[in-house]
Design a protein around this ligand. Structure first.
Ligand code: GLU
Length: 301
């Protein structure tokens, strides 16, 4: 990517639950980094996994973001409306002979698979063709034996050997839905995203995404993974750990906490200001370098 490419960043929430502190961190971090670079900041609703999406949640998220002064610079796109684009990418990968149908049910895989960084490593059962009499259920991508290396702006050089850590991964699920890994790559390319700023919980997905970008001929954005927010018990804030939804009526207080969490040292008097003033301070004073090497952090009191 040339340095003359205008910065385009995004925040891509999944409407599977209300925004919690960790999600607001990703929203604010991506916004401040984009705006400091005089860039464009987009919101994309990742409502692809329809069985997990909650009706009305996308609007709730957009409304909460508005209360935080975080407005998408362009029309919000919804993954649920972009199926043809994902189908086209799958088609391309199929024509390249690099995507293959897989008939394996979870149980069959778990009997013979090793555990990787993100669950089971597919043992490659269908890689050379479906067993006789079996039908494909999902589509997988064939990975190669190269170690994928990328530079994260905060966490430095990250390497992942897809073959030993992940395995051939799913790009279209048995329920007919396209997988997050494929959709995110297609959408980041479609929206011309040059900088991905998101939580470090997604760090282990990045190598898969770069691999798909390379296969599909897309450019690779730069990556900055923000610290994961952890609670007092040391658990990542998520729906599973019952992270509280952010209260949009306390946007000022929460924004102050987010700035502290992101190690931006906001002056205490900023807490008397509006969300707009706090964000403007954040843009002006944003120092991504304060986060170097920080992979997880406690939510400030
Ligand atoms: N939709 C994903 C999530 O909510 C984020 C995807 C991304 O930022 O790449 O975890």
């Amino acid at each position: 990517m040339s340095s003359a490419t205008p910065y385009r960043g995004r925040f891509a929430p999944s409407p599977t639950g209300p925004l919690h502190f960790g999600s607001i961190v990703a929203a604010v971090g991506s916004y401040l980094d984009a705006k400091q670079h005089l860039g464009t900041w987009l919101v994309r609703i990742e409502d692809l996994d329809t069985p997990r999406c909650i009706p009305g949640m996308a609007d709730d998220i957009l409304n909460t973001l508005d209360h935080f002064g975080l407005h998408s610079d362009e029309t919000v796109i919804y993954q649920s409306r972009r199926t043809p684009a994902y189908a086209e990418a799958l088609d391309k990968l199929q024509n390249m002979g690099i995507a293959y149908p897989c008939c394996c049910a979870r149980k069959e895989i778990s009997d013979s698979a090793l555990h990787g960084v993100e669950g089971l490593i597919y043992p490659g059962t269908c890689r050379n063709g479906l067993p006789p009499g079996r039908q494909g259920r999902s589509w997988r991508i064939m990975i190669n034996s190269n170690t994928l290396i990328f530079n994260d702006l905060s966490l430095g050089e990250i390497s992942q050997a897809l073959i030993t850590e992940i395995g051939d991964f799913i790009i279209k699920r048995a329920d007919g839905l396209f997988a997050y890994q494929l959709a995110v790559v297609v959408d980041d390319a479609f929206q011309g995203i040059t900088h991905v700023v998101r939580g470090a919980d997604l760090l282990t997905s990045t190598a898969r995404q770069i691999y798909l970008q390379q296969l599909l001929g897309f450019s690779t954005p730069s990556y900055l993974h923000l610290p994961v927010a952890i609670n007092k018990a040391g658990e990542k804030l998520s729906k599973q750990t019952l992270a509280e939804p952010v209260n949009k009526l306390h946007a000022v207080e929460i924004l102050m906490k987010v700035l502290k969490f992101l190690k931006q040292n906001p002056p205490p008097e900023l807490a008397e200001c509006t969300v707009e003033t706090i964000l403007a301070w954040g843009v002006k004073n944003w120092r991504a370098e304060n986060l170097i090497g920080v992979r997880a952090s406690h939510v400030p009191p």
